[in-house]
Design a binder for this molecule. Structure first.
Ligand code: ATP
Ligand code: MG
Length: 340
């Protein structure tokens, strides 16, 4: 039997997960977990909350693990890894940092946007923050995360593509300079590579308060849907479903294609109100989320199982990390003292 190819992908523990995480990433993870040997990482070295609120990071680790279980990731076939329990990640990042030019980081649009948001928070009352040194390290950490289990495939949303390009470039440089240690990993985009926010913003994001969370109860979901941004002014105006968030969610989550097509057709003619479009969306989303919520509640009442999933997964993550670090040490000739 040939060994299964490996996936590495992850999420930062900044809170519970939302529909964007699902459609951009999780859905693929669930689909691929039988075919690949999967390392799902909770990237707790990489959250900017540390300086402010460490309790929030701790709680978010559980939230992420519960959401993973709720959507159907199986910790018995895959490995749920907590990054900081595998400190080899920090060691590998230290070495790889030498192969990643600052100019490449500065060209990275995702990083640029994050840094600007950090320096200029939209909230005028927010304390103006400077960028922590660790922030510069986080793309290097991400490269190290992906290369650590020598991953072949990285299923992610499209904001992550520049990071994967950095990873491929780093792998090429390392392999070329030393020894062939790392496969060049491929990115795999989700069915919806970037899910719009409920406010019409291009990306659903926790930090923008425009998210519908997988754990939201039915009433909260309905409220979020009913107050969703609508681009047209009156119910009799012809509308464009392509630019209307409610329709983007219908496309992503409503399996009743006939209903969606009928709504779109009437919407284009100005023959349906936004209320009807949204009510039907709320029903579709709640139907989709109900089994996820139920499973989440079951796991939440068995936190021991969740803890064991994280412990066992992190042990497996550490095992492959040690294997890789042996290869890296050999490539870098780090055992040189033993030669004399
Ligand atoms: P948020 O932006 O809500 O704060 P995050 O950026 O902290 O979330 P990450 O850990 O960076 O979350 O992302 C986890 C995965 O989910 C990544 O693969 C990312 O591309 C994907 N993802 C996050 N938001 C979306 C979205 N709105 N649409 C599609 N994919 C998304
Ligand atoms: Mg992100």
């Amino acid at each position: 039997m040939t060994e299964r190819k490996r996936i590495l992908t992850g999420i930062r523990p900044t809170g519970a997960l939302h529909l964007g995480h699902y459609a951009g990433a999780l859905e693929n993870w669930v689909r691929l977990q039988k075919e690949y040997n999967c390392y799902f990482l909770i990237a707790d070295y990489q959250v900017s909350d540390y300086a402010d609120d460490i309790t929030r990071v701790r709680e978010a680790v559980w939230e992420v693990a519960l959401d993973w279980l709720a959507v159907g990731l199986d910790p018995e076939g895959s490995h749920f890894v907590i990054e900081s329990l595998v400190p080899e990640h920090a060691e590998l990042a230290t070495w790889l940092g030498w192969f990643l030019p600052v100019a490449m980081l500065e060209r990275n649009p995702t990083l640029k946007a994050e840094m600007e948001a950090m320096e200029n928070p939209d909230d005028p009352n927010a304390e103006r923050k400077s960028v922590p040194v660790a922030f510069y390290n986080y793309p290097v950490m991400q490269v190290a995360n992906i290369l650590m289990p020598r991953a072949h495939l990285v299923p992610v949303g499209d904001d992550q593509l520049p990071h994967i390009e950095l990873t491929r470039e780093t792998a090429r440089r390392f392999n070329h300079r030393f020894k062939e240690v790392f496969p060049e990993p491929e990115a795999l985009l989700g069915r919806v590579p970037r899910l719009v926010g409920t406010d019409g913003n291009a990306k659903m994001s926790k930090s923008k308060s425009n998210a519908i969370f997988l754990k939201d109860d039915a009433k909260t979901v309905t409220q979020s849907v009913m107050s969703m941004y609508t681009p047209r002014m009156n119910r009799t105006d012809p509308g464009d479903p392509e630019i209307t968030p409610a329709f983007m969610y219908h496309d992503a989550f409503n399996p009743n294609r006939d209903e969606v097509e009928d709504l779109k057709e009437r919407y284009r003619k100005g023959a349906v109100g936004d209320v009807e479009v949204k009510q039907k969306l709320a029903v579709a989303l709640n139907t989709f989320l109900e089994p996820i919520r139920d499973r989440r509640a079951q796991y939440a009442s068995n936190m021991r199982y969740v803890r064991e999933a994280l412990e066992h997964g992190s042990i497996r993550g550490r095992a492959i990390a040690r294997e890789t670090m042996e290869m890296v040490r050999d490539a870098l000739d780090l055992n040189y003292l033993g030669k004399y």
